[in-house]
Design a protein around this ligand. Sequence first.
Ligand code: ADP
Length: 228
Amino acid sequence: MINMKNVYKTYANGVTALNGINVDIDQGEFVYVVGPSGAGKSTFIRLIYREVKPTEGTVIINDTDLKTLKESKVPYLRRDVGVVFQDFKLLPKLTVYENIAFALEVIEESPRNIRKRVMDVLDLVGLKNKARFIPDELSGGEQQRVSIARAIVNNPKIAIADEPTGNLDPDTSWEIMRIFKAINDRGTTIIMATHSKEIVNTAKKRVIAIEDGLIVRDEHRGDYGYEA
Ligand code: ADP
């Protein structure tokens, strides 16, 4: 469902972030992306939701070749790819409920269905009782849980996360990982860049290591593999 063939990315400033990436990821996999800072992890992740376009090579997401995907169709791709960021990116003036409802693609849904879907994802992340709060009234871990709820409210096939626990303490990070595992158990593919050695080594999931823009290791039930 995710297929990259000979993918290169050189940014406008001449920096080559990806140097010939080849990878296949199946529906339902949980994949950690590890590697040193500047290795190309974020660029790899950003290709998947077409935040970044490859300079060369083929990126296929859910049977769609991103090279031929018209700009007007990018929102359809994004409906199938939920994104979670390190810094949450919530809208500060909206409530928790509104932040999630705002992301919901409303295709002639009744207000009642909208409410049900938002409350269902809030239940999944354990924040039903904070629906009326604004982001400032929540802890970092709670804000990240809202951003996860927002990422999955459209039932995407894929959820990608770039360092989702980067700003969180270890206990909170485990809670966030538990939620990602629950989402993966429902069949959603998870692709997560992380520097957390403990999390990767405990999870025993697929690990893709990127260095200097190349995949240098791709292991099922892998380890973090770096001193951290
Ligand atoms: P990582 O996530 O592993 O830290 P990145 O994909 O963010 O790696 O970066 C890979 C390389 O590309 C780095 O040298 C970085 O400075 C460069 N880079 C990343 N984003 C941009 C950008 N928007 N413009 C120019 N260079 C960038």
